[in-house]
Design a protein around this ligand. Structure first.
Ligand code: HEC
Ligand code: HEC
Ligand code: HEC
Length: 136
């Protein structure tokens, strides 16, 4: 029995350590992300609309960006036609980040919460900063 108790204590200690990242994340999950839309460009829009609907953007912006990159680099197409037939320049910097110039309070706000770190800024952010730093 004595040995059994030791083993059980061992198992409990092991479980506490093994699941620590899980407990640790519970607290953070309550702080809901609050992406801000109050950039100068968005404030001036007559229609407060994104490239596609908000729900579509929320769920699929990563696929959309991936598609944009493929269109631009593989098919040399720099124009995107949205659901409503409206045209946008295919550009992370000149399109997305022109409206969403508050990267930290918008993109990063959600990504920190979702624990994703898009590597795009290794290249794209540097370029943007050099061009005058529209986004922070
Ligand atoms: C013309 C300005 C404009 C451009 C360009 C633009 N957005 Fe948006 N975006 C907005 C506005 C305004 C909203 C809020 C829409 C609403 O509330 O219906 C929004 C919403 C979003 C959302 C959803 C936010 C949420 O709270 O759910 C995401 C994600 C997003 N945009 C990403 C992008 C990406 C990625 C690009 C480039 C592919 C992009 N946006 C281009 C203006 C823009
Ligand atoms: C409403 C919250 C929200 C906003 C705002 C938002 N994102 Fe995201 N983004 C996410 C989530 C959640 C994921 C992870 C989705 C998944 O893994 O399926 C993600 C993933 C991505 C990815 C893919 C990363 C990867 O490693 O797979 C890219 C690229 C991206 N976002 C770009 C942007 C850009 C650029 C902006 C700002 C213009 C932005 N996002 C704004 C929630 C958001
Ligand atoms: C290793 C550097 C690098 C990384 C990392 C990178 N890109 Fe790019 N990207 C480029 C270069 C270079 C171009 C070509 C620029 C041009 O021809 O205008 C480009 C073009 C693009 C384009 C089309 C044109 C434009 O100006 O936006 C999109 C959209 C794009 N990338 C999205 C992304 C996204 C989303 C990520 C992250 C998931 C990402 N890129 C990561 C280097 C990079």
């Amino acid at each position: 029995m004595y040995d059994g108790g030791k083993i059980i204590t061992g198992i409990i200690i092991f479980l506490l350590f093994a699941t620590f990242p899980f407990y640790y994340n519970i607290g953070k999950a309550h702080v809901k992300p609050d992406p801000k839309l109050d950039t100068p460009v968005i404030k001036q829009l007559k229609e407060k609309k994104c490239v596609e609907s908000k729900s579509y953007m929320r769920a699929y912006h990563m696929q959309l960006l991936d598609d944009w990159r493929n269109q631009a680099l593989r098919k040399a197409n720099r124009t995107y036609r949205n659901e409503e037939g409206k045209l946008f320049e295919i550009s992370l910097q000149n399109t997305c980040m022109k409206c969403h110039s508050n990267k930290q309070k918008f993109c990063d706000e959600c990504h920190k919460y979702a624990e994703v770190k898009p590597y795009c800024w290794d290249c794209h952010f540097v370029k943007e900063a050099k061009e005058g730093g529209a986004a922070r």
